[in-house]
Design a protein around this ligand. Sequence first.
Ligand code: ATP
Length: 224
Amino acid sequence: MSEAPGGKPLGVFGGTFDPVHNAHLRLAEEALDRLGLAQVRWIPAGQPACRAAPLVSAAQRLEMVRLAIAGNPRFELDSAEVDAAQSSYTVPTLERLRQTAACGAQRPLVLLVGADAFAGLPAWHRWESLLALAHIAVAHRPGFPVDAASLPGALASIYKERYRPDAAALAAAPAGCIVNFAMTQLDISATKVRALLSKGHSTRYLIPDALVTYIHDHHLYLEN
Ligand code: ATP
């Protein structure tokens, strides 16, 4: 496999994580092996720009990600979007990462997104700049096909042009390709987890045990 001069690709996984759940964790874990990533950097959104306000504070969502990924040496937490306490946008986040010593201009960056988030890309701030800064790896998600025919027009053209069938393409350049990967299909969503919690039902085995305890102890996601 040819490798870009900047080193092994670094995964970047952003999300609202309201709360983080086991499908997020499997997505990141499988991406490491399937896409040949050195690490996955988790970046919880401070104030997500394109969706309703999260139900719990940014600090609590950050803490839940910290608990969820604890002990995995291939996962790293990036609190910059939460610390910034303003609307979170992916392009400025990637630009910031490019300024760091761990990344620089040459290291391949791989933005990890689920198929639903990928289809919504044209709503993102400065989305046309994403592929100049990173590759995009699209994880299959139940109910969301990954094919050009089901994408909005502008994104479909870019997908056809930039799609590479082999994840080896990610290591060969710092940015610019789209790949997809068929992660273990888990029909888990934060929406579903919140709905269970609001009814007082169990979320065990959908989220890590440490989060079950944290959510219980902090009285989060209760029906109001
Ligand atoms: P919500 O239900 O509140 O919309 P979510 O479960 O989709 O939340 P997010 O924090 O919005 O979680 O998602 C972060 C990223 O994880 C997105 O790219 C999303 O597509 C991806 N993702 C979330 N759940 C899954 C899943 N079950 N399979 C594949 N990708 C997923």
